[in-house]
Design a protein around this ligand. Sequence first.
Ligand code: XMP
Length: 326
Amino acid sequence: MLERRPENMERIATPEQAKAYIEEQLAALRAQIGDKKVLLALSGGVDSSVVAALLIKAIGKQLVCVHVNHGLLRKGEPEQVIQVFRDEMDANLIYVDAVDRFLDKLAGVTDPEQKRMIIGKEFIDVFAEEAHKLEGIEFLAQGTIWPDILESEAGIKAHHNAGGLPEDLNFELVEPVRILFKDEVRVVGKELGLPDNMVYRQPFPGPGLGVRCPGAITRDRLEAVRESDAILREEFAAAGLEGKVWQYFTVVPDFKSTGVKDGKRTFDWPCIIRAINTTDVMEVTVEHLPDEMIDRLVQRITTEVQGINRVLYDYTPKPPATVEYE
Ligand code: XMP
């Protein structure tokens, strides 16, 4: 398996190139792994999904996927991971429902950095617990991609591998998309038969919806984020904007305002819509939506989402605002 992307490697852009890469990787994976077992944290994101699909093809049930549902995933995501990998690809998938565990640990925690820390640490703990229950695992698969290596070498960000697994989990790494750029991972994923909404997913932060539920996370407000996000994604898809706008999501801040419904006073949260475009995420511009689309979003979100009586649109570029709220 190559450690570094060859200088002269052609950018993978066509199904034929993807096919050739897949064949090469299948042979390399089988040679590296033999009859041993491999563990993979499968989030459902593009990189880990493509790694899973490659390994399922190469070694089938010798791959053990662990999907941790921390309660901060988007609507339908855990279900899709189970459907695609367990039902359709017949993978060896362990689904861990850790929703209560995460939300209990996060209850009352308002500091954004502390929230991130709890989510990160808890994830490693859950994953390590699952790993300890398994026997005979010798390899850990990771969705490391080439920009991760370049950025960590340039000192821009620490390479977020498995997030610092405990030392006693002494695995050899398997990184079958390590020399690929993101767009190439998508082409390979498509060729492997993964669904479009998995392959062309927008970026999604590790702490998930937790950073879009500012302040102390409560189950009802988190649900309002999840439901409004699902409506936003539906409307973007219906308007043909899926894959065209770089990132779009909703945020439900921790304050309430007065409203009126059916002649009665309400006191509910606002829902903030954010839709942005960028190339490098260092600088970001705001996507301006057609008035009719905004009207429809306001109508749907205020009627379909429990606890929302106002919809706001965030027109702030980055800088001065970051993309996420925490
Ligand atoms: P910010 O908020 O820093 O976001 O302007 C820039 C991009 O990075 C994503 N993001 C994250 N991705 N883990 C991730 O994997 C994180 O903790 C995280 N925080 C922000 C964000 O969604 C945006 O695309």
